[in-house]
Design a protein around this ligand. Structure first.
Ligand SMILES: [Mg+2]
Length: 303
């Protein structure tokens, strides 16, 4: 009821506008997907069905929101770049984050059965969303380089280290990749709980795990990938090495403009035989770090 004594509470709802003329990057990330992928028996280290499902949900989002000019995904995360001039929802942060995250999640569930026909969903998955503003093209290029550097095939390794109990750690030590947290079996190891060959491996703390994740360079991750999954990084397909990049690509769809015009349209004869360019969302597995991708698509960063 207007003017009711309760209406004042609305004054507590504060606006949360985003700075104008800045790039928005929305990153969605699977919530507890380590457990989700175990429960739904994803193949490790990469499940191409799960990756394709993520791509499809991202495509649904781009179709619904023309302001998204680029998307990049790997593992259980996807980043979306919105053009600088986007006025979507009057640039209200919570509205953009909540609506886009919600649509992505519902699309993921909606299309689940198409990609996992024999695996019913055991429980509803969730994604968290965060939105970051960047002032210039340089930060955008660096952002997507950063995400691609931790490419799909290596993400499970990082996740394993981050979650690691004894087993992955044993692998790391066994293959002499990290050499931390392991000591020879002996009476001076009262805290030791797990044994592997001649080594005694102690569970490592969270801080140490984080340090390992951040300090493990690509070459070492490749070695872990082979040690743990017998997968040679160089033999993986492009999707696994480069992740998925979604862009809008102009195509000639063969549709005659004249067919869109009424019979009494004067311009119809002049347009006869020409085709109407149409934007189609395509999925690429390409390099985002070098200049080539960006030089070929200047419109992405033009605002
Ligand atoms: Mg993740």
């Amino acid at each position: 009821m207007a003017g009711s004594r309760y209406a004042y509470v609305r004054n507590f709802e504060l606006p949360d506008p985003l700075l104008p003329e800045t790039f928005m990057v929305l990153r969605l990330d699977g919530h507890s997907f380590h457990r989700f992928s175990d429960e739904h028996q994803f193949t490790k280290p990469n499940d191409t069905r799960a990756l394709a499902l993520m791509d499809h949900a991202a495509k649904d989002l781009m179709e619904q929101y023309p302001d998204i000019v680029l998307a990049f995904g790997e593992s259980d995360e996807f980043s979306f770049l919105l053009r600088k001039s986007a006025s979507l929802y009057n640039r209200r942060a919570s509205k953009i984050i909540s609506t886009l995250t919600s649509l992505f999640t519902s699309s993921y569930v909606f299309r689940w059965a198409s990609y996992f026909p024999d695996t019913p969903l055991k429980y509803p998955p969730a994604f968290d969303g965060r939105l970051v503003l960047y002032p210039s093209a340089r930060e955008i290029r660096d952002y997507f380089s950063w995400r691609q550097t931790d490419s799909s095939s290596l993400q499970p390794i990082t996740a394993e280290i981050a979650h690691c109990g004894a087993s992955p750690h044993q692998q790391l030590v066994q293959h002499n990749v990290l050499g931390l947290g392991a000591t020879r079996r002996g009476k001076h190891n009262p805290g030791a709980r797990h044994t592997q060959g001649a080594y005694v491996v102690r569970p490592i703390g969270k801080q140490t795990r984080l340090a390992l994740v951040q300090g493990t360079v690509s070459k070492e991750k490749h070695e872990i990938l082979f040690a743990r999954f017998q997968v040679n990084y160089n033999h993986l397909d492009a999707r696994c090495r480069k992740g998925s990049t979604l862009v809008r690509q102009q195509i000639e769809d063969g549709e005659k403009l004249t067919s869109m015009s009424g019979p009494d349209t004067e311009s119809a004869p002049r347009l006869r035989g020409r085709t109407k360019p149409r934007a189609q969302i395509v999925v690429l597995h390409c390099d985002l770090i070098k200049d080539e991708f960006w030089d070929a698509r200047p419109e992405i960063l033009s605002g």
